[in-house]
Ligand binder design. Structure first.
Ligand SMILES: [Zn+2]
Length: 157
């Protein structure tokens, strides 16, 4: 009976890599580095360029849950930016499951109903409220993509 066994490798459920542009570590290089660890979930702080977008799409298409931000003014803007950065629109549409667009709006001060008081520093506003728009890319959306092209898909439209 062979009783030799290797101890299990140290398990670290989370690995992180921070962008450091001064050392040449950008989002794309960090993404490639993290994918070598074959994570189940890949969180990319921002998709700023085509290279990072294509890494994120490729990771999503190979079974990784990719969560990221992409700066745009609306949910439709996120979709449009992604299509600009990913020439393979079918891959992009297959990779995206959900787009959330969040805007924070000022909350009218409950203490003075917007008239201005000490609580709101006489601005009439106190705190913020998120307004969220979401767009789910489902099979019906992908069918539109196949028949009419990516530009026919208009989140929120
Ligand atoms: Zn007030």
């Amino acid at each position: 009976m062979n009783t030799n066994f290797a101890p299990p490798p140290p398990f670290s459920p989370r690995r992180a890599c921070w962008r450091n542009s001064s050392r040449g570590l950008d989002f794309a290089k960090a993404g490639r580095h993290l994918l070598r660890h074959d994570p189940q979930v890949l969180v990319i702080g921002e998709i700023p360029d085509e290279e990072t977008a294509n890494i994120a799409v490729r990771a999503a298409l190979t079974g990784h849950l990719v969560i990221s931000t992409l700066y745009a003014g609306s949910g439709a803007g996120v979709w449009e930016r992604l299509l600009v950065m990913c020439p393979d629109h079918h891959a992009a549409a297959s990779a995206v499951a959900l787009i959330l667009n969040q805007r924070l709006i000022r909350r009218v001060c409950a203490a003075c109903a917007g008239a201005g008081c000490e609580t709101c520093l006489h601005t009439g506003y106190h705190g913020r409220v998120p307004v969220v728009e979401w767009f789910r890319v489902d099979d019906a959306t992908r069918a539109v993509l196949r028949t009419q092209g990516a530009t026919a898909i208009r989140p929120g439209g």
